[in-house]
Ligand binder design. Structure first.
Ligand SMILES: NC(=O)c1ccc[n+]([C@@H]2O[C@H](COP(=O)([O-])OP(=O)(O)OC[C@H]3O[C@@H](n4cnc5c(N)ncnc54)[C@H](OP(=O)(O)O)[C@@H]3O)[C@@H](O)[C@H]2O)c1
Length: 328
């Protein structure tokens, strides 16, 4: 096979540097399946890796891109054959092995999921790790008793990738969603996705008592830090708080009071280590009862590979609304 273009991150004198490199298949991490990549999308983690703002990549150089959808061109395993359309999200790509920001990817068969019924490859990447993780959180909350009739569910970082999909699919499932955002201009967007209430993060009074007024039946947290603390302290009896992200802080200060006096459940959400069976179950739900209704509203644009490294600082600065697709 001829050389192809990949966005790789290299070690540099100060941190890391990303470049478009011409590489061959033999330069990629090994695996049983080779795909011709069609679409990817940008996640917060990609921005951390490419800018070096977070130590995401375990070895360098590495092809960036934690998500990819494409068509199988070579495979040594029976249940994955040339011509199959597949999707890979949150499986160590762009972290422990070469990722999806390239014309080709070589992948372990265990990480490759057949394109879920009813999705195009582009739609699967409009969801990407962000959408998968939002659905995984709702799945875990519902396994733990969350129901629309229990009361309002809060989603913070609501204009981000995870937040946008969480608002959309929770509202579609009948939950009363209260979307919390730092972006003053985002109210119309969030209402379009189905939010019943839009709350300006700057106007929140989160208090500091071990237990605040119990308002939330559940919460989806993308930020960590003070707001996650407040969610634990303001969730109703037996409610679920899904801890997904750390866009504001990796810290959590709270007390045992919400857990022992209100039976609040703090659910850790980890997309990367999701076992294959659960992964397929969540994708199946994304294509059925958790199917987002406003995916095209969430997609804010499509860019080519050569534009990715110039754009990722926007994610670090918290300036992005929705999901950006990368055409490969
Ligand atoms: N656990 C997992 O498996 C998993 C999987 C996927 C993602 N994540 C994590 O989940 C988080 C969200 O991911 P994403 O892809 O949705 O990211 P994203 O698209 O960059 O969205 C993050 C959102 O958080 C808010 N935000 C950003 N920086 C902030 C800051 N410094 N302080 C307060 N709010 C800030 C912004 O929303 P508003 O302006 O609307 O407030 C922003 O749009 C990230 O931390 C990511 O690493 C974890």
């Amino acid at each position: 096979m001829e050389k192809f273009t990949a966005l790789r991150v290299h070690a540099a004198e100060q941190g890391v540097a990303a470049s478009l490199d011409e590489i061959g298949l033999d330069d990629l991490s090994d695996g049983e399946v080779v795909i011709r990549c069609a679409w990817s999308g940008i996640n917060y983690k990609d921005a951390l890796a490419i800018t070096g703002a977070g130590k995401i990549m375990r070895s360098l150089p590495l092809v960036a891109g934690i998500d990819v959808a494409g068509t199988v061109v070579e495979s040594t395993v029976a249940d994955c054959k040339a011509g199959d359309e597949v999707v890979v999200t949150s499986a160590g790509l762009g972290e422990t092995r070469d990722g999806g920001f390239a014309a080709y990817a070589r992948l372990p068969a265990a990480s490759v999921i057949p394109l879920p019924a009813g999705f195009s490859m582009r739609e699967a990447m409009a969801l990407g790790t962000a959408g998968f993780t939002a659905a995984l959180a709702v799945h875990r909350m519902e396994q733990n008793g969350q129901q629309p009739g229990n009361g309002p569910v809060a989603v913070n970082g609501a204009t981000g990738g995870v937040g946008s999909v969480a608002v959309d699919l929770l509202a579609g499932r009948g939950y009363e969603v209260h979307a919390i955002s730092h972006k003053a201009a985002a109210a119309e967007y969030l209402r379009d996705l189905g939010a019943a209430e839009v709350i300006a993060a700057a106007e929140l009074e989160m208090g500091s008592r071990p237990l605040e007024k119990a308002v939330w039946a559940g919460a989806v947290d993308n930020l960590g830090g003070d707001m996650l603390s407040w969610f634990t302290r303001s969730t109703r009896y037996s409610g679920n708080v899904a801890s997904i992200g750390l866009a504001a802080s990796h810290k959590l200060e709270t007390t045992v009071m919400p857990f022992i006096l209100r039976g609040v459940n703090l659910l850790g959400i980890n997309a990367v280590d999701t076992p294959r069976g659960l992964r397929q179950e969540v994708w199946q739900r994304l294509g059925s009862d958790l199917r987002p209704r406003h995916l095209e509203r969430i997609v804010n644009g499509e860019i080519e590979l050569d534009a990715v490294s110039g754009r990722v600082q926007d994610w670090i600065d918290g300036q992005v609304t929705g999901r950006t697709l990368v055409r490969l």
